[in-house]
Design a protein around this ligand. Structure first.
Ligand code: CA
Length: 432
């Protein structure tokens, strides 16, 4: 029997707190889960620094990846199979792409990518196509199968329907992380009736559409996404922890470039400091390794690196103030000068962070980052863009909301003793 069609002699199930069970029947999927590149995702948290705000948020990208796979499997095996618009020979491609879509994520991806100028999507591709255990399994399916999977994940494949299951404004990725992140943070916002949405999904040539009768379940999903962004993902405390994290990377890189002698040489980072981006080195990085360095760097002679690591490890985070970059640039310039006077390096200790989200977008052809909208399948067979039917969705469509915060270490400011006036001025400007 062809490897692609091989089934396990007995179905395997993973107990999952969100989907109850994750079912695996295909040998290929089972083998992929067992690879070291996929197992590495156990050691990377789905929500980065959010656990410092919501202590339950310790779930991993491994959990999430299995969840995305399971949602796609249910859509295909329970809803799509047998429908003329669905080509079931694309089942394995879809399942593999769902399972592997986050394979290239690194530890604390967001900050890591910003400082080292890497891209988890490039690494996903490199891992799938490189000399890895994952590649060896995919290639057994067919010689061009790794390439096909990589193209679906990169959204460059011409299989638009398959892409839309994994990456669109209503896809398995979002449906999993909203529910999973809600479950593990303990908030009540991320819930919506996924079973209902799955049941009303229909395959079309170039995208998944939703039967009109499922519109209210989709409204609920969009609202829960909106709520999760503002209540969890953009939580100012987690963002403050993220600021410290990126400043640690930043400082370590700066010291390395300036020939500082580390007590504990950061070997795991060398290829990233030098921007060599070697896949083997990337795969050796996980959060256990990063936290090991943060732990030992607390004892480094460099006061900034040591202080920032202590803050992260012991959760002594920065405080924040609302900040309007359009109106308050003068204030920022003044603060920068005052911080220097007070011997607090503003590059590391005075940081503006901006977060923004677009809860739902209708189609704006030709615009940058255009997004395929959600289409409702009307009773007469026509397709209608969601915001034209739903007043709730229309109200938030196309509206980007941005939030800016200014982060600073309150304790260091309070400790400024030598220059009384400087301290007073800083506190007045920050309104503390
Ligand atoms: Ca994902």
């Amino acid at each position: 029997m062809a490897y692609s069609a091989e089934k396990l002699s007995e179905e395997k199930v993973f107990k999952d707190p969100v989907h109850r069970y994750v079912h695996v029947q295909d040998k290929v999927i089972w083998d992929l889960i067992g690879t070291k590149e996929f197992q590495r995702l156990r050691r990377i948290k789905q929500l980065g620094t959010t656990f410092l705000t919501f202590h339950g948020a310790e779930h991993s990208r491994f959990n999430h990846s299995l969840g995305v796979y399971e949602i796609v499997r249910r859509i295909i095996d329970d809803v799509f199979v047998g429908r003329p618009e669905w080509n079931n020979s694309e089942r394995l491609l879809t399942l593999c792409s769902a399972l592997l879509h986050d394979l290239g994520h690194g530890p604390f991806s967001h900050s890591f990518e910003k400082v080292f100028d890497t891209d988890h999507e490039d690494f996903t591709r490199a891992i799938i196509l490189g000399d890895t255990e994952v590649n060896k399994i995919l290639i057994k399916v067919a010689p061009d199968f790794p390439q096909e999977v990589a193209e679906v994940i990169a959204k460059t494949s011409d299989k638009k329907l398959v892409i839309s299951l994994i990456s669109s404004q209503i896809d398995a990725d979002r449906m999993d992380y909203l529910q999973r992140d809600a479950y593990f943070t303990g908030v009540s916002y991320g819930q919506f009736d996924m079973e209902r949405i799955l049941r009303v999904m229909r395959p079309r040539e170039d995208q998944v559409v939703i039967k009109q009768s499922g519109m209210h379940a989709v409204e609920d999903y969009i609202m829960s996404r909106y709520q999760m962004y503002w209540q969890v993902y953009f939580h100012p405390v987690s963002r403050g922890a993220e600021v410290i994290l990126s400043k640690i990377f930043h400082r370590a890189k700066y010291l390395y470039k300036n020939d500082y002698t580390f007590k504990y040489p950061p070997q795991h980072f060398y290829s990233f400091f030098e921007k060599r981006e070697i896949v083997e080195d990337y795969l050796k990085l996980d959060e256990a390794v990063i936290l090991y360095y943060f732990q030992i760097w607390q004892e480094e002679a460099d006061p900034i690196l040591s202080d920032l690591c202590k803050r992260f490890m012991n959760r002594n985070l920065f405080k924040y103030a609302e900040f309007d970059p359009a109106k308050e640039y003068k204030k920022l310039t003044e603060l920068t000068a005052l911080f220097k006077k007070a011997n607090i390096d503003p590059e590391y200790y005075l940081v503006v962070d901006s977060s923004s989200d677009l809860p739902y977008d209708f189609y704006r052809p030709g615009e940058e980052g255009e997004r395929l909208p959600i289409h409702l399948l009307m009773k007469n067979g026509d397709l209608k863009e969601l915001s034209r039917e739903s007043e709730i969705v229309e109200a938030i469509s196309g509206k980007r909301r941005t939030d800016h915060k200014l982060y600073f270490p309150l304790d260091l400011i309070q400790d400024v003793t030598t220059k009384k006036n400087t301290k007073k001025q800083i506190m007045a400007l920050l309104e503390i």
